[in-house]
Ligand binder design. Structure first.
Ligand code: HEM
Length: 218
């Protein structure tokens, strides 16, 4: 492979990295809203799910470009292995390694979604949860590795991404808790009105009572 290094490659790595981070954060927000069944008349569930899918695909495109330009650019030595093997990069091994970990986790999520029809919903959901792990790791990579991380605008953008993801996550947890409390209240009031099956099936008089009454008869 001929040595390739240019300002274009370097700027492309940086720009695509930033776009990938924003798109990944947007994917997280849309995914959490879809899973939490956020209701809106103008924005039905199927549209939410479709948007989540398309934005995630776009994130993968920018991520692919980011990784490719980072590896091809010989200005820094990242190495092809770093695309999948964490901490194999001679250039900033820790921060680049975290980027690779995020890519590996996202690859598992993407592959499981591609073969979703062939695996159980339980397995798919379990693997999809890896997205929750990939996002903070990708964020750490972006802030630790990036040339622009020391700039105010980049910090503001990262803070915005974090606020959006953590905000909808907090909403989802609170919404889940409210739904459980509601279900518990409905269950309690239903039990109070309708006697439970064992109570209804219970004999009118306890065994032995009839015999006792018969004995007392004159
Ligand atoms: C989900 C995965 C990833 C995301 C979201 C991501 C995002 C980012 C972001 C936002 C930056 C900062 C750009 C800047 O400050 O201008 C960056 C820098 C960088 N990333 Fe990634 N990245 C990911 C994975 C990877 C992987 C797997 C590699 C290597 C194979 C890699 C290589 C690099 C390099 C070399 C830089 C340094 C650019 C600089 O110093 O400005 N990234 N990345």
């Amino acid at each position: 492979m001929p040595a390739t290094s240019s300002a274009v490659l370097w700027y492309t790595t940086r720009a695509t990295g930033i776009v990938a981070l924003v798109l990944l954060s947007t994917t997280m927000v849309l995914g959490i809203l879809t899973a939490g069944r956020a209701k809106s008349r103008g924005w039905p569930a199927f549209a939410q799910a479709e948007l989540h899918k398309r934005v995630s695909l776009l994130a993968m495109v920018f991520l692919g470009l980011h990784v490719l330009t980072a590896v091809v650019d010989t200005y820094v030595s990242v190495g092809w292995a770093s695309i999948v093997v964490p901490f194999a990069s001679p250039y900033r091994p820790l921060w680049t390694g975290l980027g690779t970990v995020a890519v590996d986790l996202l690859a598992a999520v993407a592959v499981s979604s591609a073969v979703r029809r062939h695996i159980s919903a339980r397995t798919w959901r379990g693997i999809h949860w890896l997205a929750y792990g990939s996002w903070p790791v990708a964020m750490a990579h972006s802030l630790g590795e990036g040339t622009d991380a020391s700039r105010l605008w980049m910090d503001a953008l990262a803070a915005l991404c974090a606020a959006a993801v953590l905000g909808v996550l907090a909403w989802r947890v609170a919404d889940h808790r409210r739904a459980r409390e509601r279900a518990a209240r409905v269950g309690a009031s239903t039990r109070a009105v309708v006697p439970s099956a064992p109570m209804a099936a219970r004999p009118r008089s306890a065994p032995g009572t009839t015999r006792l009454l018969e004995k007392e008869r004159p």
